[in-house]
Design a protein around this ligand. Structure first.
Ligand SMILES: [Fe+2]
Ligand SMILES: [Fe+2]
Ligand SMILES: [Fe+2]
Length: 438
């Protein structure tokens, strides 16, 4: 399934120099796929059929492009809201209502250059013509036409998984005309649907795509993107982690801060410290692929669940590898659960075979795991965590890293943790450096 998807995305974003933009889209596509599996191919259908209808009604190429990315990414904020029932979700995340996937999604996409027009589509893809939708209760013409198109095809392909009968589908949509859907769009759609085959990844038509002028427009649009793609990528990933799992979000930042302090104590050079900070921030990103019912389980995990959760470092690595600019960071995330004595996972690496950055992240990870509240217990005090880390020196942890860690006083760690929690990712590194000078 994967090679086809990568091929398809590459097809829609022409040009090698557009690779970094493509990296982000590929990453998000993988995130959606991990979170909702079957739906990803559906999102592709929404995107392509949406483009077909948008060009049929003569929207501008800019709007058509927005429909494409809106269709593809509209549920990217849903990564936190998996198959679990609503009550269960609310029990864990009191401040997030399930329908907020539109808000999370638009926040994630707003970070990506040239997709500003897409944020609205994602935010409003569940708005209804009669005002009964969410999140803003928009009505009628207030809903941008691009969002109305994505909303229509989103519903269409969901229903299509239930019934494939053309008549049933048509009658369903006719019933929703003027309540859920923009009547004009429904009319246009039905005309199209009755006469023509809808565009899908399976029957994708290169000639028609080219005729709309999408490739040339895409190249022009991405031509002048300025900005630091590493920073953009880190922010996007951080937002995705945030959408999935509140705990992991704060945890990643704290591990980043502590790993940075340890690396500093060990006198590592600035470039490698930056890699460690990035690796620490992203070490658990693979948890977007693990069900929340396992991540937040209050009792201990059974064998099968433990095997599933043990996959997260490898998923982190695969996700990070999407980014050409973060390639060197991937192994640091992959090996953060290796143990110094070779009893860790995924590869049972021993001592120096484990990258130094990963050995540092392992200590920072253990410290933060112990000193913060978990689903199954309250936070443990600093001295307890230090005692445990010392106890496992040479077994779980590299003695040199443990020495450097024990050298950092509690108040210094607390200060770093307090400061970084609500800072934008881009400024954390410089905040940490300023702390070190004092
Ligand atoms: Fe949605
Ligand atoms: Fe982990
Ligand atoms: Fe962790």
């Amino acid at each position: 399934m994967l090679p086809k998807k990568e091929l398809t995305i590459s097809r829609f974003i022409p040009g090698n120099e557009r690779r970094k933009f493509k990296d982000i889209i590929k990453f998000l596509a993988m995130v959606i796929d991990l979170a909702e599996g079957y739906k990803f191919q559906n999102n592709y259908r929404v995107a392509l059929s949406g483009v077909q209808l948008a060009s049929e009604i003569s929207l501008s190429v800019d709007s058509i492009r927005n429909v494409f990315y809106g269709g593809l990414l509209h549920d990217v904020g849903e990564v936190g809201l998996l198959e679990e029932n609503e009550n269960k979700i609310n029990q864990y995340i009191h401040d997030i209502k399930p329908n907020q996937h539109t808000i999370f999604g638009s926040r994630i996409v707003s970070l990506i250059p040239t997709l500003d027009g897409v944020t609205k589509i994602i935010r409003w893809h569940h708005e209804c013509w009669d005002g009964s939708g969410f999140p803003d209760g928009l009505k009628g013409e207030q809903i941008p036409i691009e969002a109305a198109i994505v909303s229509l095809f989103d519903a269409f392909y969901v229903i299509k998984t239930i019934t494939d009968k053309k008549d049933d589908l048509i009658s369903y949509l006719e019933k929703m005309k003027g309540t859920r859907f923009n009547p004009e769009i429904i009319e246009k759609f039905l005309k199209l649907y009755k006469n023509e085959e809808l565009w899908t990844p399976e029957n994708f038509d290169e000639v028609k795509w080219t005729a709309i002028g999408m490739d040339a427009f895409e190249i022009a649009k991405l031509q002048d993107v300025k900005g630091d793609y590493v920073e953009i990528a880190l922010n996007v990933i951080a937002q995705v982690i945030d959408a999935k799992h509140k705990y992991t979000h704060g945890h990643s930042r704290r591990v980043m801060a502590l790993a940075s302090l340890i690396a500093d104590r060990m006198g590592l050079d600035k470039n490698y410290r930056t890699l460690i900070e990035q690796g620490a921030l992203l070490h658990d990103s693979g948890k977007v692929g693990i069900s929340r019912s396992i991540l937040d389980k209050e009792s201990s995990l059974n064998d099968e669940e433990y095997q599933i959760i043990k996959k997260h470092p490898v998923i982190s690595c695969v996700l990070i590898e999407n980014f050409t600019t973060l390639k060197e960071v991937a192994p640091l995330a992959k090996y953060h659960h290796e143990r110094y004595d070779g009893k860790g996972y995924p590869n049972s690496l021993v001592k120096d075979d484990i990258p130094l950055g990963a050995r540092i992240i392992a200590v920072a990870d253990a410290y933060d795991a112990m000193t913060s509240d978990r689903a199954y217990r309250k936070a443990l005090p600093d001295n307890y965590a230090r005692h445990e880390i010392r106890r496992y020196t040479g077994k779980m942890f590299d003695p040199q890293v443990v020495d450097a860690f024990l050298d950092i006083p509690e108040h210094e760690i607390k200060l770093a943790f307090d400061i970084i929690t609500n800072q934008p990712i881009s400024s954390i590194s410089s905040i940490l450096s300023s702390l070190k000078k004092n």
